[in-house]
Design a protein around this ligand. Structure first.
Ligand code: ADP
Ligand code: ADP
Ligand code: ZN
Length: 214
């Protein structure tokens, strides 16, 4: 099972990708998480990526693609994976397609989690992230048991710098310009499925399960 999550920043891709990964026992691969882990440990890749991320821009394809191809070639990806935040540009999608085609393989589904822009800013402002384990919360819709503390690893939760409203607006523009064309790309490949991401998290997951099992 190879699944791609598409959708605006804050649409709920990560939330749903984690559930898919748990249910199907496949890795959840988030390029954003990999970049943040690199920033935290101070690698040169992390330092380079940070400049773009803080501005709400995409990290250049040259840096992103190699990192992703390395990750999906690892042993634990043999039975499949769920990609969250990759591809984000047509060139990224083409590189992934080429790599899979060489293995006589392909993506099973591209799940588009559809949420209108007007809902996005409040989703992002309320998001709280654990940089230690990658867990995500929402102050209103998915609060941690103890405010500001991760349920899973007890580390402090943060509001990501790029989740502040100024940067979110920029990220939405970038999404419309560079990522939205992927909807067409995967529609043409016959693998696009759209779910209503404004429903509550449980309902969104039920819709996705129905697609992936169908
Ligand atoms: P969100 O889940 O809110 O959409 P992510 O954690 O996926 O955010 O990504 C955070 C930032 O990391 C992006 O704004 C971008 O700068 C960078 N990034 C993540 N994935 C990619 C990618 N595939 N291509 C380019 N940049 C990326
Ligand atoms: P993405 O990975 O697409 O950027 P996330 O999964 O991190 O999005 O979700 C963004 C924020 O919205 C998080 O704080 C998350 O807890 C919350 N969230 C996710 N799905 C829903 C939903 N269906 N309804 C309300 N809030 C949600
Ligand atoms: Zn944690």
């Amino acid at each position: 099972m190879k699944v791609i999550m598409l959708g605006a920043p804050g649409a709920g891709k990560g939330t749903q990708a984690k559930r898919i990964a748990d249910k199907w026992g496949i890795p959840h691969i988030s390029t954003g998480d990999i970049f943040r882990a690199n920033i935290k440990s101070g690698t040169s890749l992390g330092m380079e990526a940070k400049g773009y991320m803080d501005q709400g821009l995409l990290v250049p394809d040259e840096l992103t693609v190699k990192m992703l191809l390395d990750r999906v070639s690892q042993e634990d990806c043999k039975e499949g994976y769920v990609l969250d935040g990759f591809p984000r540009t047509i060139p990224q999608a083409e590189v992934l397609n080429k790599a899979l085609t060489e293995l006589e393989d392909s993506i099973d589904y591209a799940v588009n989690v559809d949420v209108p822009d007007k809902n996005i800013v409040s989703r992002m402002a309320g998001r709280r992230a654990c940089l230690s384990c990658g867990a995500t919360y929402h102050v209103e819709y998915a609060p941690s048991k103890e405010e500001g503390i991760c349920d899973r690893c007890e580390q402090p939760l943060i509001l990501r710098d790029d989740d502040k409203p100024e940067t979110v607006t920029k990220r939405l523009m970038v999404y419309h310009e560079q990522t939205l064309p992927l909807i067409d790309y995967y529609t043409k490949k016959g693998v696009l499925r759209t779910v209503d991401g404004t429903q509550d998290m449980e309902k969104v997951f039920e819709s996705i399960v129905a697609i992936l099992e169908g």
